[in-house]
Write a protein that binds this ligand. Structure first.
Ligand code: WTA
Length: 654
């Protein structure tokens, strides 16, 4: 049965237990308050959850859509909200981070210690000339310094751009260039799958290439010693963290910045070859990240141990590792490595060791644990778990039920949270103490958020029908734009439903008979592999940059474990075809894409073909290639310039 069929036949329901409901932070009244006065509701949340150095009097300014301003005349310091205020409230001794390195080393960092570290680092940043509005690239493994780096940049009013440590030197350089970063914060290396994976060499390479903008804008590289791998050193440019930070003063008063001061840029894949820098600002972002972490994950900061398994290189790591939980004053687990290192039960050993009560992870991880079998998690005491969250891709009912039964003792509510890099924070999710959950459905907009499913003309589809997911009203943590490209921002998200003024998310969705939302995946050329967003165009342009490749087309094919997998169809230049075997070429190209973009973009399959299916106007029909990649009967080929081409391709792939 296909995933969509199994979604449509799913009708199990799970109501919250009375005992859970009684203690839940998120209540049904929140929906009523938000429905009565949406902006007033967000103003209340902003006042209650965030400390304002200067209170705001305006809530939303939507006079120049789609450029929103929230709480614009208010002033705050985001890092103060995540650190100092908890120490000042007497909670300095509370553990902020239970950090676990992959080789088994561990560190506990209290709120007082993290505040101290961030203050020292803020002083180092000041000495390096980093101030309000400057961009700082962060390229680090999952270590406490990564969180500290983000907060220190925020503290001085600068803008961070975190680049996932798995990205290549090329990808890093493109991001440094686009943002014009002045400083890069990195590490010698980090632990991954039992060995040190070097990071500093990629930074050196990104900064070395002649003619690169990165070479011109970056003044310093601050390096954390983690992997102990040997690194090259550029005197005058490179600085060791362990020399600079402890030597700096621990006195640093957090200055207030306007609510709309930019907080970070995070690059994500779109439908074109060039990743876009999604821009988020301070007050509205922090309000919604804090609110959703609190009510969706049901955070009780005094007692919970929370663990979001996302890397800080993704938006989930921004909103639900760094900003949301620390703003709420929660204690959380931070883990450096991969789930199966050094043994397949590593995650469950951590849940047992730290008595994790709230676990937030991705369906891909759940499906790979399912494959390994329940006997692995069942060797551990998981009884501390009381809330389970899912994010990043649709979760199939089978995985949902397994997650609940095996990890949640058939008791823990599951919150399936839909959102995007662009939305900044959770938009659609159950509230665990309120919503009767349905396996496979993200269900309802959170209080204060307005969502609809519409047809191509923008009309509501009605219950029982499918269509396109739109956000119909501005929300506090919405993206404020694409770095350096306001036109692309308007075009990408707002043009499709310009008449209605809706934000177009790029996702397909269906409303069931109760009006609950079921996400059906992307409707554009964005793929979702293991919850990571990849663009078909970006991988195609990496492929054609290889000298052997004449043409390439990439599709996302459904995959049992990773949700989707990258499948490439490639035409090889004649002379290369004569000299190399197709298998050898396919292997080389898989590796090539891994080097160009990063291992997550490496195609699962590369098929060497003679031709690609094109319309008369020359457009590649990816839909047909997807049919081949998924082993289906090839669909309607009548619009192809050459209708015979698909049978040739099918034969070549077989
Ligand atoms: C997909 C990740 C179904 C969706 C937070 C979206 C989901 C894209 C879910 C954003 C979910 C995210 N159910 N699909 N619960 N959560 N998606 O920017 O296609 O990395 O557009 O943000 O992931 O990916 P991004």
């Amino acid at each position: 049965m296909s995933q969509i069929d199994s979604l449509l036949h799913e009708d199990r329901h799970f109501a919250p237990a009375a005992s859970f409901r009684a203690q839940a932070v998120g209540t049904a009244e929140l929906y009523e308050r938000a429905a009565a006065d949406r902006e007033g509701f967000w103003a209340e949340q902003a006042r209650e959850l965030v400390h304002w150095h200067r209170p705001f009097t305006q809530v939303l300014d939507w006079t120049n859509p789609p450029f929103a301003e929230w709480f614009a005349d208010g002033e705050l310091n985001v890092a103060y909200n995540c650190l100092d205020r908890h120490v000042e409230a007497g909670n300095g001794a509370r553990v902020a981070l239970y950090w676990e390195g992959e080789p088994g080393d561990s560190r506990q960092v209290t709120y007082a210690e993290l505040t101290d570290e961030v203050k020292r680092l803020a002083n180092v940043l000041g000495d390096l000339g980093i101030g309000r509005g400057d961009r700082v690239a962060i390229y680090l493994p999952m270590i406490p310094e990564a969180v500290a780096a983000m907060l220190a940049v925020a503290r001085v009013g600068a803008i961070h751009s975190v680049v996932f440590g798995g990205f290549s030197a090329d990808s890093l350089r493109a991001r440094i260039d686009d943002a014009g970063a002045k400083l890069v914060i990195t590490a010698d290396g980090g632990w991954r799958k039992g060995k040190v994976s070097p990071l500093k060499p990629a930074v050196d390479q990104a900064l070395a290439d002649r003619g690169s903008g990165a070479q011109e804008t970056v003044e310093h590289v601050l390096v954390v010693k983690r992997g102990d791998n040997p690194v090259d050193w550029a005197e005058g440019r490179d600085i060791w963290w362990h020399e600079a930070v402890p030597a700096a003063s621990a006195d640093h008063e957090a200055q207030p910045f306007p609510a709309e001061n930019p907080l970070f840029i995070l690059y994500t894949s779109g439908t074109t070859g060039k990743p876009k820098g999604i821009l988020h600002t301070s007050g509205g972002y922090l309000t919604q990240a804090t609110f959703t972490n609190k009510v969706v994950h049901d955070i009780h900061p005094e007692t919970d141990v929370y663990w979001c398994t996302a890397d800080i290189g993704w938006i989930t790591g921004h909103s639900y590792v760094t900003y949301g939980p620390l703003s709420n004053g929660a204690s959380q687990v931070l883990y450096e490595g991969t789930p199966e290192s050094p043994e397949p039960g590593r995650w469950w050993a951590l849940v047992e060791k730290y008595k994790v009560s709230v676990l937030y992870t991705a369906p891909t991880a759940i499906r790979s644990f399912m494959k390994q079998g329940r006997q692995i998690p069942q060797q551990y005491d998981l009884s501390s778990i009381r809330v389970l969250g899912s994010v990043g891709e649709p979760i199939n009912p089978e995985a949902w039920i397994w997650y609940r039964e095996i990890i949640g003792a058939d008791e823990a509510p599951i919150v399936d949270t839909w959102w995007q890099t662009e939305t900044g924070a959770i938009m659609i999710s159950a509230l665990p103490g309120v919503t009767e959950t349905k396996p496979g459905s993200a269900q309802v907009p959170i209080p204060g958020v307005s969502i609809d499913v519409v047809d191509e003309s923008g009309a509501h589809v009605g219950n029982g029908n499918g269509g396109l997911l739109v956000i119909t009203e501005p929300w506090p943590s919405m993206l404020r734009g694409i770095w350096g490209d306001p036109e692309r921002f308007v075009e990408t998200y707002w043009e499709k439903f310009a008449d209605q003024g809706y934000y177009f998310a790029g996702d397909g969705a269906r409303l069931d008979e109760d009006g609950d939302i079921w996400l059906l995946g992307r409707v554009d050329d964005v793929m979702n592999v293991s919850g990571h967003r990849l663009s078909t165009a970006e991988i195609e342009s990496a492929l054609v940059a290889n000298e052997a490749v004449a043409e390439a087309a990439v599709v996302g094919a459904s995959d049992e474990t990773t949700g989707q997998a990258v499948v490439a169809f490639v035409i090889i230049k004649e002379n290369y075809l004569k000299q190399h075997s197709p298998d050898g070429l396919a292997g080389t190209l898989r590796g090539w894409v891994g080097e160009q973009i990063g291992p997550i973009a490496r195609p699962r399959d590369v098929y060497i073909v003679g031709e690609l299916p094109k319309t008369r106007s020359g457009k590649i029909m990816r839909r047909l290639l997807r049919d081949v990649a998924e082993g289906r009967e090839v669909g309607d080929t009548t619009t192809l310039a050459d209708t015979a081409v698909m049978s040739v391709i099918s034969a070549q792939v077989r």
